[in-house]
Design a protein around this ligand. Structure first.
Ligand SMILES: *Cc1c(COP(=O)(O)O)cnc(C)c1O
Ligand SMILES: [Zn+2]
Length: 392
């Protein structure tokens, strides 16, 4: 294993990676750091090309020491589909959709859960707990069960119903909260305090390894394009783990010399019903203020106060990216328009990215020949209510 330590991006403090760790003393999330010179000497892209079609193909850049602790259901290596017909309709000649709906549990959250649970297990955790908007809880309960760990999952009553069922099906302890994810977070904080260290806090960015699983989307995009980057990556941003992870992955690949110096412009997509990052980006602020009265059909991105706000805003600034909010009516219309042209039923969060791409093309921020990768972060069939059938 090439993991060396955990580093704080805010205060620079270093932490031991061999003990279960949550946030830095300064309150910032921690980032896993690797000996990239040793990785470069140990493995080349050609070696990776011959490996299994899952995220473990990047094992030198992942934090699990002993394969015996690897908890897997075959997550990762999702297809990157050209969407030429829909692209032509919105004026983009090179539009690609990475379909995370094919990952176990039907969302890319399984990437974070696979790596997060594996590492937590390796470091001795026996019980994990977290607040969630649904998919993360479903994935962590699933992978916890697979790894022989207990899980306690707190989610808002409004979260997609199927995600509750997934938690229960995996034997997780489900707590429903009349509120939003931050309310669920307060409840989990109380529970953790009462447990006195027996339960590991696996909340978004509160442990460093979920990010390591999610960053593999960035590796895959580059590998699938022949070890080069697209011009733009469009990502539905709630907690922002995927966006921060993709940015981290791109930085690692650049340092390894596996891609060139140029990075894609990253786009954070939010809903007009919950857009703390967009508001901070437009104000040129370093931190995001909590959003009040959050509400959107794209439930996975209803995060009023993301803990990773600085890291998200840094990723946008460092790549000359942008942030944009789209409204529910447009999201649902684009979900239909995309399905009619490409056949793939998107999740609302994925559809939000296509709305964003359409609007950024209209405004001229995107040009016709920009190569644009959109993340469809979950399976459309988890959200049957996005489609109404005639006569039903
Ligand atoms: C969690 C989730 C998101 C947001 O992911 P972050 O990485 O936390 O920003 C987007 N789409 C879906 C379907 C999700 O479940
Ligand atoms: Zn710190």
């Amino acid at each position: 294993m090439f993991l060396t330590h955990l580093a704080c991006p805010r205060c620079g403090r270093q932490h031991d990676a061999e003990v279960l760790t949550n946030l830095c003393e300064c309150g910032s999330p921690l980032l896993a750091r690797y000996d990239l010179d040793a990785v470069r000497a140990a493995v080349a892209p050609a070696d990776i090309a011959r490996r299994s079609a899952d995220l473990w193909r990047y094992r030198e850049l992942l934090p699990v020491r002993d394969d015996a602790h690897r908890v897997t259901l075959g997550e990762g290596w999702t297809p990157l589909w050209p969407a030429a017909r829909y692209g032509a309709a919105i004026g983009l000649d090179r539009l690609l959709v990475k379909d995370e709906g094919l990952v176990p549990t039907g969302s890319f959250k399984a990437r974070g859960a696979a790596v997060g649970v594996s590492r937590a297990r390796e470091l001795g955790a026996r019980h994990v707990a977290m607040p969630t908007n649904g998919n993360a809880g479903a994935a962590w309960a699933t992978y916890a069960a697979r790894g022989g760990l207990r899980s306690t999952i707190a989610m808002p009553l409004g979260a997609p119903a199927i995600t509750r069922n997934e938690v229960v099906a995996a034997g997780g302890e489900l707590i429903l909260v009349d509120g939003l994810i931050n309310d669920a977070g307060r409840l989990v904080a109380d529970l953790l305090a009462a447990a006195g260290g027996d339960i590991f806090d696996a909340g978004t960015l509160r442990e460093p390894y979920r990010l390591e699983g999610k960053k593999t989307m960035g590796y895959e995009i580059c590998e699938q394009l022949g070890w080069r980057v697209p011009d733009v990556i469009v990502y539905p941003t709630g907690g922002g783990v995927g966006l921060i992870g993709i940015h981290k992955a791109l930085g690692e690949l650049r340092e390894l010399g596996w891609i060139g110096d140029r990075l894609p412009r990253l786009v954070a997509v939010q809903s007009t019903g919950c857009a703390p990052i967009v508001r901070a980006f437009e104000a040129g602020a370093r931190r995001a203020e909590p959003w009040t009265d959050a509400r959107t059909v794209a439930f996975g991105i209803t995060v009023p106060a993301p803990l990773g706000d600085e890291l998200i805003l840094d990723a946008l600034a460092a790549t000359s990216g942008t942030a944009i909010a789209v409204d529910d009516e447009e999201i649902l219309a684009d979900l239909r328009a995309f399905g009619e042209r490409e056949g793939l039923l998107l999740c609302p969060e994925g559809a939000a990215c296509l709305t964003a791409a359409r609007k950024l093309r209209d405004s001229g921020w995107l040009t016709a020949d920009d190569e644009v990768v959109v993340l469809n972060t979950g399976a459309g069939i988890k959200y049957p209510e996005t489609i109404s059938t005639p006569g039903a």
